[in-house]
Ligand binder design. Sequence first.
Ligand SMILES: [Zn+2]
Length: 87
Amino acid sequence: MNRSGATLTPVRAIEATELIALDVFNTGAHQVTLGDVERYLRQLRGHVPDCGCDRCEAAAMVRADGVLMIVRAWQRQLAATRVRALR
Ligand SMILES: [Zn+2]
């Protein structure tokens, strides 16, 4: 089996997507739109090339719709947890 790192990129892309999704999720906005995610990505992609904050590096790897999907999944999970806690 070839383990030359061919599987590395998808994993990093997923981690990058989760990193960006976490930032968006932590804003606490209830209705996150694709436009919100795109605006945040544009902001991060405007960093200087050797910025080194990880966020802009991650932003270069992710897709806005992938980020939005994760944020919405987390919001659904959080809502479900709250409903259970109220019972
Ligand atoms: Zn940066």
